[in-house]
Design a protein around this ligand. Structure first.
Ligand code: COA
Length: 255
């Protein structure tokens, strides 16, 4: 387990399994979790024996996206400091050299979906739902998704997901090209780890070079992430976003 406590890491046989483990909050990502994720990925990148990362959530929840309470706090003044762990994480995603395999069961909201555009293989249970309600929250797409989603899904589906905020089922995401295979709930993690092990068993240099070639030039992606961040930071403090965050938290408090 990392210092963040709610990110669990198990590294064996060349596979670095990283789990978001804040189940009671549906794996909503707090600042400490972003830091924990960065530490877990960075340590796997540094470790010569590690070949592949696997990213998992918990039963029924891959991630409910950024912690909305944190968003509210950042928009209220401590923006640069408060957002540092998020910024570090989205920048790191574009720089990872080793393949990432994701296993998704259930909710994948916001960055819970956009992180998947950085994964090389994605396995999802049939009950998984992918959604990015950025615009409804007064926000804009992040983590390079404004570039990667149109590339991966085509413009029409990317706009429907990112701007209209339409949730996509696992079957639809498989047809759209983000998900490799839809599997039974109880098979998600084993399927992801098995794929990671297959990758980890391949000649290491050839694996790294092949991933780099298939991904192509990431400089443009890095630039897009920075452009998104500039707008995202401006939006966080906007009256539209602050009202949406408050509405969510008040709804939760009165339920
Ligand atoms: N930020 C902060 N807390 C969150 C959260 C988030 N993004 N998502 C869920 N939680 C919390 C809830 O407040 C609740 O906490 P509580 O038990 O202390 O009240 C707990 O996690 C369980 O969530 P709940 O809403 O009861 O589960 P649900 O299955 O009914 O609904 C969601 C799950 C994800 C649909 C709903 O929680 C939601 O819409 N979350 C916000 C998602 C979002 O907009 N993320 C940001 C994207 S940019």
């Amino acid at each position: 387990m990392t210092s963040a406590g709610i990110i669990e890491v198990q590294n064996s046989d060349g596979v670095n399994v990283i789990r978001m483990a804040r189940a009671e909050k549906k794996n909503a990502l707090s600042a400490a979790m972003y830091t924990g994720l960065c530490e877990a990925f960075e340590s796997g990148e540094r470790d010569e024996a590690t070949r592949v990362h696997v990213l998992l959530g918990t039963e029924g929840a891959f991630s409910a996206g950024n912690d909305i309470g944190d968003f509210l706090a950042h928009g209220g003044g401590s923006l640069e400091v408060g957002l540092q762990p998020v910024v570090r994480f989205v920048r790191l995603l574009a720089m990872l050299k080793k393949p990432v395999v994701a296993g998704v069961d259930g909710l994948a909201v916001g960055i819970g979906t956009t992180v998947l555009f950085h994964c090389d293989l994605v396995y999802a249970s049939s009950r998984s739902v992918f959604s990015t309600p950025f615009v409804d929250l007064g926000l804009v797409p992040e983590a390079g998704s404004s570039l990667l989603a149109p590339q991966r899904l085509g413009y029409a589906r990317a706009f429907e997901l990112l701007v209209l905020g339409e949730p996509f089922s696992a079957e639809r995401m498989e047809r759209a090209g983000l998900v490799n295979a839809v599997v039974e709930e109880r098979a998600v993690e084993a399927t992801a780890v098995a794929a990671a092990r297959r990758l980890a068993a391949k000649p290491g240099r050839a694996l790294a070079m092949s991933r780099s070639l298939v991904r192509g030039d990431v400089a443009v992606l890095g630039e897009r992430i920075e452009a998104e961040l500039r707008v995202f930071k401006e939006r966080l403090g906007s009256p539209e976003a602050q009202a949406a965050f408050n509405a969510f938290l008040i709804r939760r408090a009165t339920n």
